[in-house]
Design a binder for this molecule. Structure first.
Ligand code: FCB
Length: 450
C-alpha cells in the first residue's frame, strides 16, 4: 500500500474503472446472428482505415471475456464500462430481437457481478446497424425510434442487474466526425448532415432515458460527452471570439439542449439555414433529467481566428509540449479546468471521467513486462489534476481508464495502443503493462503514489 497523505488520497467512495467499446474489442463479427454495423462496412471499404484494419477479430473478447474478467480482478477494478453492440441485439436495426446477442451480454454481466465488478453499460458506442444507415442513419429522425426499440430490448434483459447506463458515447464523434469530417463511419462530408445527426442523437438519448428508468428500477443514467476544453490561442479579441465560436460548436451545442436551454442562440445565428428543421417539443425530450454526466478527456484545443476557416472561421494552433502517439498534446491542466467549468455552467450533478488515457508505441512484452513509463506518467498527471479539481469543488465521483486493453482504434486500426493491458493480436495473449500495475496500486491505495 502506498503511504498516502490526505493530499494524494481520493474520496473514500471514489469509483475506479476501465473502459472499452464493443466494436473495438469483441471481434466475432459474423457470429451468433450479429448484423452488419456501419463500422464493418466502413473498415472493409479500401482506404478508410490504416492498413485496412477491421474489427472482425480485434481482441476476440467475445470468446475471451472470462479471461478478461480475471485480469480486471487482478487489477482490482471496481467497475467496467463496456458497450453493447446494437447489431448483435437487433441485427436489422429494429424489429426482430436476436436472443444469442442478449445471451452474450447476460453472461458477461453475471461474470462481472460474480467478480465483484460493477457493470457500466454504454448503449451506443458508434456501431449503428448498417441497415439503418441505408435509410440515412443518424440524419434520419426515425433512427431515434429504432434506438428506443433497441434500448427497450437490452434494458429489459439486463435492467435487473445493470444499474449504470450511458446512452451515447461522444455524440460529437457520431455526428461531426462521421457525417462532416468523414473520418469515421459512414464517412460523409456534409455539415448539414452532421447537424441533423446531432439532433437525432440527442433525441435518441432523451427518448432512451425514461425507457432505461422503467426497465432498470433505481438505475443511474447519463450520457458521455467528449467536450473540448477550448483556449484562445492569444488574448486578442478576435481569437477570444473564435474560441467562443468553437466552444459553441463543440460543447454548448450539446450541453445547452441537454440541460434544457435548446441550441445556443449565437450558434443558431452563425449556422443559419444549415440548421435542420426540428420540433420545439424535441427540446423537452432531449432535456430528460439525468443522474450524472460522463466526460471523456484526452487533450485540449487552442483556437485562433481564421476568416477562411470554414463555417466557424477558426483554426487550431499547435502548442509546444509533449505529444502522444495520437499527436495529442499532454496537458492535464485542461482536465482540471473542464472538471470545474462544466458543473459551474450546467446543472450536471455528479461527474465521471468515463475515458482518459494515452497511446504510446509500446514494445512487445519482454520478461513478462511491458515498460510504458510515458503512459504511467500520463495517468499520474491526469489523476493529480482530477484530484486538484475535486479539492476545488468539482463533483467528480469516479474515473475510467481508456482502455482496459489495446484494441481497434477506429480509423487508426491496430497502430495505436491505448491499453493498460498489452494485447498480442496474433496469439490473443494479454500482458498487464507497467501502467496497469501502477493503476492497480492507485486503486488499492485510493491514492496516487508519490
Ligand atoms: C474516444 C473514443 C474511444 C477511443 C478513444 C481513444 O474518442 O470514445 O472509443 O477511441 O477516443
Amino acid at each position: 500500500m502506498a503511504n498516502s497523505t490526505s493530499s494524494n488520497r481520493f474520496p473514500d467512495d471514489f469509483l475506479w474503472g476501465a473502459a472499452t467499446a464493443a466494436y473495438q474489442i469483441e471481434g466475432a463479427a459474423n457470429e451468433d446472428g450479429r448484423g452488419e454495423s456501419i463500422w464493418d462496412r466502413f473498415s472493409h471499404t479500401p482506404g478508410k482505415t490504416l492498413n485496412g484494419d477491421t474489427g472482425d477479430i480485434a481482441c476476440d473478447h467475445y470468446h475471451h471475456w472470462r479471461d478478461d474478467i480475471e485480469v480486471m480482478r487482478e487489477l482490482g477494478l471496481q467497475a467496467y464500462r463496456f458497450s453493447v453492440a446494437w447489431p448483435r441485439i437487433l441485427p436489422e436495426g429494429r424489429g426482430r430481437v436476436n436472443e444469442a446477442g442478449l445471451a452474450f451480454y447476460d453472461q458477461l454481466v453475471d461474470g462481472l457481478l460474480e467478480a465483484g465488478i460493477t457493470p457500466w453499460v454504454t448503449l451506443y458506442h458508434w456501431d449503428l446497424p448498417q441497415v439503418l444507415q441505408d435509410e440515412g442513419g443518424w440524419t434520419n429522425r426515425a433512427t431515434a425510434d429504432a434506438f428506443a426499440e433497441y434500448t427497450e430490448a437490452i434494458t429489459r434483459r439486463l435492467g435487473d442487474r445493470v444499474k449504470h447506463w450511458i446512452t451515447l458515447n461522444e455524440p460529437w464523434c457520431s455526428s461531426f466526425l462521421s457525417y462532416h469530417i468523414g473520418e469515421h463511419a459512414p464517412g460523409h462530408k456534409s455539415f448539414e448532415e452532421a447537424l441533423a445527426a446531432v439532433h437525432t442523437l440527442l433525441l435518441a438519448h432523451g427518448q432512451a432515458v425514461p425507457i432505461v428508468r422503467r426497465n432498470s428500477p433505481g438505475a443511474q443514467v447519463g450520457i458521455t460527452l467528449n467536450l473540448s476544453q477550448v483556449y484562445p490561442a492569444s488574448d486578442s479579441s478576435a481569437d477570444q471570439a473564435a474560441a467562443v465560436r468553437y466552444d459553441g460548436y463543440f460543447n454548448r451545442w450539446f450541453l445547452d439542449p441537454l440541460y434544457g436551454r435548446g441550441y445556443p442562440q449565437d450558434m443558431l445565428e452563425l449556422y443559419g439555414d444549415r440548421v435542420p428543421a426540428f420540433e420545439a417539443a424535441d427540446f423537452d425530450t432531449i432535456a430528460a433529467p439525468t443522474d450524472f454526466l460522463g466526460l471523456n478527456y484526452y487533450t485540449p484545443t487552442f483556437i485562433h481566428d481564421n476568416q477562411d476557416g470554414g463555417v466557424l472561421r477558426v483554426g487550431s494552433t499547435r502548442r509546444e509540449g509533449e505529444y502522444t502517439a495520437m499527436d495529442w498534446l499532454v496537458y492535464p491542466e485542461a482536465l482540471y479546468d473542464q472538471l470545474l467549468r462544466v458543473p459551474r455552467d450546467y446543472p450536471t450533478g455528479p461527474l465521471y471521467i468515463t475515458e482518459n488515457g494515452a497511446a504510446y508505441p509500446d514494445e512487445p512484452p519482454a520478461d513478462g513486462r511491458v515498460r510504458d513509463p510515458e503512459r504511467a506518467n500520463y495517468y499520474r498527471q491526469h489523476l493529480a489534476a482530477a484530484q486538484r479539481a475535486i479539492a476545488a469543488g468539482s463533483p467528480l465521483k469516479g474515473y475510467f481508464a481508456w482502455s482496459l486493453m489495446d484494441n481497434f482504434e477506429w480509423a487508426w486500426g491496430y497502430t495505436r495502443r491505448f491499453g493498460i493491458i498489452y494485447v498480442d493480436y496474433a496469439t490473443q495473449q494479454r500482458t498487464i503493462k507497467d501502467s496497469g500495475y501502477m493503476y492497480r496500486d492507485v486503486i488499492a491505495a485510493n491514492a496516487i503514489d508519490d
